[in-house]
Ligand binder design. Structure first.
Ligand SMILES: Cc1cc2nc3c(=O)[nH]c(=O)nc-3n(C[C@H](O)[C@H](O)[C@H](O)COP(=O)(O)OP(=O)(O)OC[C@H]3O[C@@H](n4cnc5c(N)ncnc54)[C@H](O)[C@@H]3O)c2cc1C
Length: 465
């Protein structure tokens, strides 16, 4: 929380000398930078700095390092586990003014961007080149934030996550040094993989100031489909068989009946209120048709009705916008409510067990929790619709979340497939990783001995001591 550091006034004075009005202590700006889109209670930083270059980020970090003041990198603020909350006060470094696309190489299928570039901005820029960047978290997140949370989305089943799609990055270290984590070559066996170390580090090891991304050709044909099932087990079994058959679906998303009802109301759709799959296929006209027919046959085996597919851009866009708005549709189910969003991921062979046990658990609860998931990867989400000022509701969400995570871990899964750890999942780190957490704490200490980079995130308190 703000006001915890004796030398803060000096730090703010130095940063104001460096940045002028781009270092601000205005309450509204501090408040906006003290929370993400999660239920976690906000904690405002002491000041917010708007950086414009790697060199400027380095200078900001050097000032903070000298005075041992926390630094919290800030992208679009759409994370879901309290990632940007300034729980120990400090300086929020907002990267939104670093939003240039620096270079696109169609011949190498890659590009380099500043961290404040938003995913939709990048794809609009790329459209005329015939290329696109596939990673699509529901929100219009920044590339720096997506790299730092190891984000993914609906396309990951075909194109992978941020982990598979970053070639190298420029990073400002906790002491202000600037490094490049690698080069643009597709492969490298040269030393430790620092690129991967920084993907998913949630700003705890440094600030990313440039990212080199892989790009893909826009497919010749794209078709989308919806199909509903009499029960959720049929829908999941159809997903498992589709993946095991090796059909290269570009998207395969499950929505349970509660989530379908929510998006019908929110996005003005009229889908049958039943467990439903949203699918997308990429390829040539003929190949897209072939994939859709194969998946339609599989779905029929599991009792599906009404496999409807389209290549119309408007219909596809409406469908996927509704899917991306699923969280807002969940919030709209109850006046004045918020959501506690959580996600787990399990091996695909355990997906049915994990979802069915979870649905059973939810039946015994007084909370509503729509289920939606990137099920082709074994990843699904719950949105507990809560009023966080009601302690019984928070406690119930906490209980159900804990049981969900235990279930996923018992199935050789993970406590988060894509949202990350932040504040909310720190307590599950030992359960998932055991002694490996101590190795993470050792790495953190080696790179950031004064614990100034986004302190209080990822590493559980007992390991950080
Ligand atoms: C409606 C909705 C749907 C979502 N759907 C998905 C989904 O499908 N898949 C998914 O993966 N996520 C999803 N998310 C979560 C969120 O969008 C992602 O975690 C996203 O990657 C966060 O990016 P951001 O720019 O908002 O980062 P922020 O929230 O600003 O920051 C996230 C973390 O990264 C750090 N950080 C930010 N920029 C940098 C930088 N340049 N250098 C170092 N550290 C940095 C921050 O300190 C923080 O720890 C969803 C969120 C919402 C609200």
């Amino acid at each position: 929380m703000a006001g915890q550091h004796a030398e803060m006034d000096q730090v703010i004075e130095k940063l104001t000398d460096l940045l002028g009005k781009r270092c601000t202590t205005a309450e509204a700006v501090r408040e906006q930078h003290g929370h993400d889109e999660s239920w976690h209670f906000p904690a405002a930083p002491d000041a917010v700095c708007f950086a414009r270059s790697t060199e400027e980020v380095s200078e900001i970090v050097k000032v903070c390092a000298l005075h041992k003041v926390p630094i919290i990198p800030f992208g679009a603020g759409t994370s879901l586990e309290g990632h940007v909350n300034a729980v120990h006060g400090g300086i929020s470094v907002d990267l939104n003014e670093m939003n240039e696309i620096l270079r696109v190489s169609p011949e190498d299928l890659d590009c380099t961007v500043q961290p404040g570039v938003r995913r939709k901005q990048l794809n609009e820029y790329l459209r005329d080149t015939g290329l696109f960047f596939p990673i699509d978290p529901g929100a219009d997140a920044s590339i720096g934030g997506m790299a730092s949370t190891r984000a993914s989305g609906t396309n990951a089943v075909r194109y992978g996550t941020m982990r598979e799609n970053i070639l190298c990055m420029t990073v400002v270290l906790p002491d202000g040094r600037i490094i490049s984590t690698g080069h643009r070559s597709k492969k490298s066996a040269a030393g430790y993989d620092l690129t991967k170390l920084y993907i998913g580090a949630e700003g705890t090891l440094g600030i990313i100031t440039e990212v080199t991304l892989k790009l893909y050709g826009i497919p010749e044909a794209i078709s989308a489909a919806t199909v509903c099932f009499p029960d959720i087990e049929g829908a999941i079994q159809a997903v498992i068989l589709t993946i095991q058959t090796g059909i290269p679906v570009a998207r395969i998303e499950l929505l349970d009946e509660v989530q379908v009802d929510a998006i019908n109301r929110y996005s003005n759709l009229d889908l049958a209120v039943k467990p439903t799959l949203f699918l997308e296929f990429h390829g040539s006209e003929a190949y897209v048709k072939e994939q859709a027919e194969q998946v339609s046959d599989i779905c029929s085996e599991f009792g599906a009705q009404g496999f409807a597919w389209t290549t119309q851009v408007e219909e596809r866009t409406k469908l996927w916008q509704a899917r991306h708005d699923a969280a807002y549709a969940a919030i709209a189910l109850r006046n004045g409510a918020q959501i506690w969003a959580t996600d787990v991921c399990v091996p695909i062979s355990r997906l049915a067990d994990c979802i069915l046990e979870t649905k059973k658990d939810l039946e015994g609860s007084f909370l509503i929790a729509p289920l939606v998931g990137h099920v082709g990867d074994g990843n699904f989400h719950l949105s507990f619709v809560i009023k966080k000022e009601i302690p019984e509701e928070l406690a119930e969400a906490e209980r159900l979340n804990g049981r969900l995570i235990d279930r996923a871990l018992a199935m050789d899964g993970t406590c988060t497939g894509e949202h990350g750890i932040g504040l909310g999942k720190k307590k599950y780190m030992y359960r998932e990783h055991g002694e490996a957490v101590d190795v993470m704490a050792t790495l953190k200490h080696a790179l950031d001995p004064d614990n100034i980079m986004n302190p209080g995130k990822i590493i559980p308190d007992q390991a950080a001591e």
